[in-house]
Design a protein around this ligand. Structure first.
Ligand SMILES: [Zn+2]
Ligand SMILES: [Zn+2]
Length: 320
């Protein structure tokens, strides 16, 4: 390369250097960290805390020029715009234009995790055979019920069934393993995912009833899951059992409401080495959970105990 061409190339690449970690071949970006309904919660007109999008992770594979989204939330329009803005990259191939994503992975049929599929239909994107990876019951639910069935019959989405214990090979360098977790499964089973690259792995379990139930049904534990990955994005729906009570101690009785509390999960993992705790990124927090505010005492406590709170826009490198 001539010196002139080298200088021109440097000038071209210089603009993005600050926010575009080019050294990272594959990375995760947090597109949302809230519970299904996000925040402000519907009807909470006085909520002035920072906007919360429902939980979703984007995966950018620069080496293969691909992007994937985990969970299709009601905020998907803004989340795809965010993915685009955060990860400008030249793309070639059949999906270079339009939505500029190469596939969507679904955890389950609760509103925060799949309603965004509606935007792939003819009223919005009119997508063409966008790969949507789903477990068998989830896929059946989409095929059998409108408006989702129309996405299938019109060919907007191409449903690809995953199976428990079955590793989905996305490319030579990226694969996804679904893990069934206990949750109230009215319409679909519920899964989390382990995203695998040759270098690093990430766990995404935004929604489950309890880690003890997971152990009872799967024979595996949260601690084992964490030890098998480099990053663990896990359910942080509620902070503790007092969260839905008002200042007079009145409100919803939480004893019947599942989800591991953040305080319980931190207690459970307290004896792990610091390097294991540092893998944990709490995600899917309810609008009532004080960790949604980065300046709260509770957010500081999570950090002080050696864990992390996932925040929209966070980026973690999976392979260099
Ligand atoms: Zn959820
Ligand atoms: Zn759910």
């Amino acid at each position: 390369m001539s010196l002139l061409a080298f200088a021109a190339a440097l000038a071209l690449s210089g603009g993005d250097a600050a926010d575009e970690p080019q050294a990272c071949a594959r990375e995760i970006i947090v597109l949302g960290a809230g519970q299904d309904a996000g925040a402000p919660q519907i009807g909470n007109f006085a909520d002035n805390a920072p906007l919360l999008y429902p939980s979703s992770l984007g995966v950018i594979d620069r080496e293969n020029g691909q992007r994937f989204v985990f969970d299709a939330t009601p905020a998907i329009t803004r989340q795809l715009a965010m993915l685009e803005e955060a990860t400008r990259m030249d793309r070639t191939g059949p999906r270079a234009l339009g939505l500029r994503i190469d596939g969507v992975f679904l955890t389950h049929a609760h509103i925060g995790h799949y309603l965004g599929l509606a935007y792939f239909g003819r009223e919005a994107a009119g997508a063409n055979a966008l790969p949507v990876f789903a477990m068998p019951r989830m896929a059946q639910f989409l095929r059998d019920n409108g408006p989702w069935s129309q996405l299938v019959t019109l060919g907007n989405i191409d449903l690809i069934e995953m199976e428990q214990g079955g590793f989905t090979i996305v490319s030579d360098d990226f694969g996804v393993l679904p893990i069934t977790v206990p949750h109230r499964d009215e319409y679909s089973e519920t899964v989390g995912f382990i995203m695998m690259t040759p270098d690093k792995r990430a766990l995404y379990v935004p929604d489950l009833d309890s880690w003890d139930e997971f152990a009872a049904s799967s024979g595996g534990t949260l601690e084992e899951l964490i030890s098998g990955v480099d990053y663990a994005f896990i359910d942080a729906t509620f902070w503790d059992d007092n969260e839905l009570l008002d200042e007079n101690g009145l409100g919803r009785d939480m004893s019947e409401i599942p989800h591991p509390r953040v305080t319980q999960t931190m207690d459970r993992l307290a004896e792990l080495p610091a390097s294991e705790k540092a893998k944990v990124h709490f995600i899917h927090y309810n609008h009532t959970n004080p960790i949604r505010d980065p300046a709260s005492e509770e957010s500081a406590l999570v950090e002080a105990r050696g864990f992390n709170v996932a925040r929209r826009g966070d980026r973690t490198c999976l392979s260099r």
